[in-house]
Ligand binder design. Structure first.
Ligand code: PLP
Length: 484
């Protein structure tokens, strides 16, 4: 790559303030680029002929500039080219322009915890994660073929509906009706950049600074960060074996209004428990009475192994309080950023307008790909295949834990989801264990990560979906060796 283009604005003699001869202006521009660090020792300057042509000056003018720079020690001229000198007459600025802080006040957002990225992981490291799909098994050939087709549709490469590619909205409405008991039209579906993007749109539309929003504790910190970014004051509510404790919500309501609740009733994140029927009815009733929006995140419902999946709150919502969030991150790949939400038409239109005013729209070509895969049943087939794979992995992880860590960890195998939630023996420091495991090449999440106040909890969340059975056994063996 050529390191340098030469944007020098030369001022002619007729222009106000132009006093220096042209060769000095050129020398000055190059000197300043070296001082700023934009040109580095060893970088080649353009040939005098080509630079003269670019700038529209006589070649002798450029040669004069180069001679001056060389005389001052900024450059050296070899047989073929002029280079920035290795030893400069003064040290270049340590901080380039790009690294300078902003000249205005900047507000730092509330950070979401870093997600596991395969890109940063050293080889042979086994990442349990909190429930990522196995990215090695993504149907990339199918995706690539469909994407190639989509890219040939001119309308998909232009501007489109901010609420999402219409065929995907239709396909998602069908999917939700077939698998999640929802009765929604395509018009009531909005496609966003992951369910995180969907939650962000809702939060920015619904919440005013200071609004109280309840969340599960332990819960999903990425959603907390999104809600806080909209100015919400979060209210942690405890979770037990039947899901969110609704009586804690009722107690909070006695102290002031609650505008919304973000929750994961199907497979509670991170504990994996399913909210029971009595709690659901009570929650819907409280929300209806107090006009609370229920932000229901149904993130990995496709992976349910025993019995029928429990239907979402949104499937039985006479009060019209539920905003349903879904994602293709778990059955396809999170990097494609396809999430969606459904709610009343007025909400979808309002969020569409908001999206038009921020990102404009998403990638309609990739959305068409998802639409085609759904229309042809290929995505459903892939999900069925992954369900079998993950079921086997769940069994392998549970068996390995029993074999290597019996008595040290306790768990119930959840009927669905992509992770196990372990209780760690109270005498054991889970965070220290995780640090030691890290040194053995295994990354695990401890309960602290999901605790609202960041306090230690005697738990681990082990995702079983992104490692194959051999890797799971190896990882559990390493965990056992890393016991503090
Ligand atoms: C609780 C929860 N919700 C949603 C998601 C999916 O987020 P997105 O659709 O933004 O990729 C995840 C993925 O990690 C999750 O754990």
């Amino acid at each position: 790559m050529r390191p340098w283009t030469f944007p020098i604005a030369l001022q002619g003699p007729s222009e106000a303030g132009a006093r220096d001869p042209l060769f000095q202006q050129i020398a000055q521009a190059i000197r300043s680029d070296i001082r700023r660090g934009r040109l580095k020792p060893g970088d080649a300057l353009p040939g005098s002929r080509s630079l003269a042509q670019t700038l529209g000056v006589h070649r002798n003018t450029v040669l004069a500039a180069y001679r001056e720079l060389e005389a001052e020690g900024w450059t050296t001229t070899g047989q073929r080219a002029t280079h920035v000198a290795a030893d400069l007459p003064e040290a270049p600025a340590r901080r380039g322009r790009r690294e300078q802080g902003p000249g205005y006040d900047l507000e730092m957002p509330h950070p979401a915890p870093a997600r596991l990225s395969l890109r940063d992981a050293p080889p042979h490291r086994l990442l349990f994660g909190g429930g990522l799909p196995d990215l090695r098994l993504v149907p990339t050939d199918l995706l690539a073929r469909a994407y190639r087709r989509a890219l040939k549709v001119p309308s998909l490469l232009g501007y489109g509906d901010a609420r999402g590619e219409p065929r995907l909205r239709t396909a998602l409405a069908h999917l939700l009706s077939e698998t999640r008991g929802l009765s929604v039209s395509a018009e009531q579906v909005l496609v966003a950049s992951g369910s995180q993007g969907a939650l962000d749109l809702v939060a920015r539309n619904l919440l005013k600074p200071g609004d109280r929003v309840a969340v599960e504790d332990p819960g999903y910190p990425a959603a907390w960060a999104t809600l806080r970014a909209s100015g919400a004051t979060l209210l942690p509510l405890p979770v037990d074996a039947a899901g969110l404790r609704v009586e804690a919500l009722e107690a909070a309501l006695r102290e002031g209004p609650v505008r919304a609740i973000y929750l994961t009733p199907h497979h509670q994140f991170p504990t994996t428990v399913t909210m029971n029927a009595a709690r659901r009815l009570r929650l819907l009733e409280v929300a209806r009475r107090h006009r609370i929006a229920l932000l229901e995140d149904d993130y990995d419902n496709e992976f349910h192994y025993e019995g029928r999946p429990v239907l979402p709150l949104a499937s039985n919502d006479p009060g019209g309080v539920v905003i349903y969030l879904g994602t293709l991150s778990k059955i396809l790949a999170p990097g494609l950023r396809i999430g969606f939400l459904t709610g009343p038409q007025a909400l979808i239109n309002a969020l569409g307008a908001r999206r038009a005013a921020s990102e404009g729209q998403g990638d309609h070509a990739i959305q068409r790909v998802a639409a085609e895969l759904l229309e042809d049943g290929l995505l459903q087939r892939h999900a069925r295949k992954m369900r079998r794979t993950y079921l086997a992995r769940r069994g392998t992880l549970a068996a390995s834990l029993e074999k290597h860590l019996h008595g040290v960890v306790h768990f119930e195998v959840p009927p669905g989801g992509m992770s196990l939630w372990l209780q760690v023996d109270p005498g054991l420091d889970a965070d220290r264990w995780a640090e030691r495991a890290e040194r053995q090449g295994v990354t695990i999440y401890t309960g602290r990560r999901f605790d609202f106040r960041g306090q230690a909890r005697p738990n681990l969340r082990l995702g079983f979906s992104s490692l194959n059975e051999r890797e799971l056994e190896e990882a559990v063996g390493r965990l056992a060796r890393a016991l503090p």
